[in-house]
Design a protein. Structure first.
Length: 199
């Protein structure tokens, strides 16, 4: 067995073909080892890792790297675990009312934007050539989110995590960075609501 084959056999995730593009193996391993150490309280020297850090983590593309879908699915599960612990720690420290207040404030901010008219929920890019998101696609998801928040509609947090919008150009679409930041807050809220605290 060659060293390369042994390395691939011992990998944490399935690897793509040698000529295919996946996630940088070293970057993924380093981040997951650090997250695990922090979660298990074995790493007290490094900076704290939050559910937001897990959600926004990104890895460089690499030939023969980790299968992106497998890593993304694992990151979603890890994020849920961090969200649950953050919720438990807040309730333990300040009581369930504090957690409810935090959730209420977040939901209120999100609702305010969701209630804006179609086509006016997010900024339009100032530059004509910059890539943007389809207004119709984003607004459609916003309608589903509003139903979820106000009418207990059924919507999985993974639908929001995996949301894909048709591309647009410049002012024909919504500014990608603002939409992405908003959806990060939505995921944070949904993960908190849908993940019950342990008693």
């Amino acid at each position: 067995m060659t060293v390369e084959n042994k390395t691939r056999t011992n990998s944490k995730f399935k690897l793509v073909g040698a000529k295919e593009i996946g996630y940088n193996v070293k970057q993924v391993d380093v981040f997951l080892d650090r997250a695990r150490a922090y979660f298990l309280n074995t790493d007290t020297s490094g900076a704290a890792i939050t559910s937001l850090d897990v959600r926004t983590a990104s890895f460089e593309p690499a030939r023969g790297g980790y299968n992106a879908q497998a890593v993304d699915a694992a990151m979603d599960r890890i994020e849920d675990e961090f969200v649950l612990r953050e919720k438990e720690l807040l309730i333990r420290a300040d009581g369930e009312k504090a957690w409810m207040i935090k959730i209420g404030k977040t939901a209120s901010v999100l609702r305010a934007r969701l209630h804006r008219p179609d086509g006016e929920r997010f900024r339009r890019p100032a530059r004509k050539s910059v890539q943007s998101y389809s207004v119709a696609d984003v607004d459609l998801l916003c309608h589903e989110l509003l139903t979820y928040i106000e009418d207990n509609g059924e919507l999985s947090v993974d639908v929001v995590r995996r949301a894909v919008f048709a591309p647009a150009k410049g002012v024909d679409g919504y500014e990608e960075s603002q939409v992405d930041a908003f959806l990060d807050r939505v995921v944070e809220l949904m993960a908190s609501i849908d993940t019950p605290a342990e008693t």
